[in-house]
Design a protein around this ligand. Structure first.
Ligand code: KG4
Ligand code: ZN
Length: 338
């Protein structure tokens, strides 16, 4: 078992951010370094897995050194454990972080924690709002996942709803690519939308009145058809109308999830939760519902290693270390209660 205040080095390399952080007692972020590979992949319009893996190899050691240095540590002295994302994600990228974390744990004689990336995102809210109450409804919206879960506490997740097709972030990325706005799509759409009319196009809000599952592939297709029908339409108007449709669906479903789960609060997590329009609408909806809105800072919503270190500390304190012969799993799922 790990000390209550132990310092955990977290490592995150599941996709296109190379990140390392040191977190004390699963709660205090002493350092958090994120090196984005955006420039490397931008020319290709999306993440190129082979390039991502190679870039992680080059970047990870300096990023770890910087995280240790900023936390005032010299090498492994003073650390209590090493945690790394073991999945889901790109296998070639995951393996870089997992191998480095295991090697460091072995060399420094420390326990290793293999962390689920999705669970890491759920810890972002806990890191920034230690006072939050259970049960919590969480809307996790990232590039590959869109999930609604009820959280009864760390490690105790009940499924409420999920996308039946594209993830919300995937829809942002695909629409941005179609409009030629570049990669990564979410920030590009958000920037274009700021100068557009969200009511210019009446895009569909799939399954709005229907349960807690979601669907975004029809919306993406509707955008393509609308632009082909109106080739002179401004990208700003299309982006703003698309973003509004996504936000309307996400907020409606999140509020319904909070009501069904009898949640004491609603939390946002994942890269799409950095979106300003979503954050504003989510906050307003929570005010109306009379429950606190937990909005982790933008840097904590997108991929980072502080959330991985926090989840790793909790895992070591309550479950135990991960054996060093455990591998990475690109298709790992969030462990859910029945
Ligand atoms: O959580 P994350 O950083 O990585 C994954 O685990 O996937 O999420 C990345 C996703 C991408 O689809 C990206 O376009 C989206 O989050 N995203 C945004 C914004 N910033 C990042 N989507 C909408 N608005 C943003 N400002
Ligand atoms: Zn992520």
């Amino acid at each position: 078992m790990i000390d209550a205040g132990a310092l955990v080095l977290g490592i995150e390399t599941s996709c296109d951010e190379t990140a390392a952080a040191v977190v004390a007692g699963g709660a205090d972020v002493l350092s958090s370094v994120v090196s984005s590979q955006v420039d490397l992949h931008a020319a290709f319009g999306g993440v190129v897995p082979e390039l991502a893996g190679r870039a992680h190899l080059e970047l990870l050691t300096p990023v770890v050194d910087e995280a240790l240095g900023r936390a005032g540590l010299d090498g492994g002295a003073g650390l209590g454990a090493v945690a790394a994302t073991v999945g889901p994600g790109l296998i070639g990228s995951l393996l870089v972080g997992v191998s480095e974390a295991k090697a460091l744990a072995l060399a420094w004689g420390l326990p290793f924690a293999g962390v689920n990336h999705l669970e890491g995102h759920l810890f972002a809210g806990l890191l920034e709002y230690p006072e939050l109450q259970w049960p919590l409804a969480v809307l996790l919206v990232s590039g590959g996942h869109t999930l609604l879960v009820a959280m009864d506490g760390p490690g105790r997740y009940r499924p409420l709803g999920a996308t039946l097709d594209d993830a919300a972030g995937e829809a942002f990325d695909k629409v941005a690519r179609f409009l030629g706005l570049g990669y990564p799509g979410g920030p590009a759409i958000e920037a274009a939308a700021a100068a557009g009319d969200p009511a210019a196009f009446a895009f569909p809000r799939a399954m709005l009145d229907d349960g807690l599952d979601l669907s975004f592939s029809g919306l993406k297709t509707a955008v393509v058809h609308a632009v082909r029908r109106a080739p002179d339409a401004s990208d700003e108007d299309v982006a703003a109308s698309f973003q509004q449709a996504v936000v309307d669906v996400l907020v409606t479903k999140a509020v319904r999830a909070a009501q069904e789960a009898g949640a004491a609060g609603l939390c946002l997590a994942g890269g799409v939760a950095a979106n300003g329009a979503l954050r504003a609408a989510f906050g307003a909806a929570c005010d109306e519902l009379g429950v606190p809105a937990y909005l982790p800072s933008r840097a904590m919503c997108t991929d980072n290693a502080a959330m991985i270190a926090a989840a790793g500390w909790w895992q070591l304190a309550h479950v135990g270390p991960t054996p060093l012969d455990a591998g990475a799993d690109p298709d790992l799922r969030l462990p859910l209660l029945a």
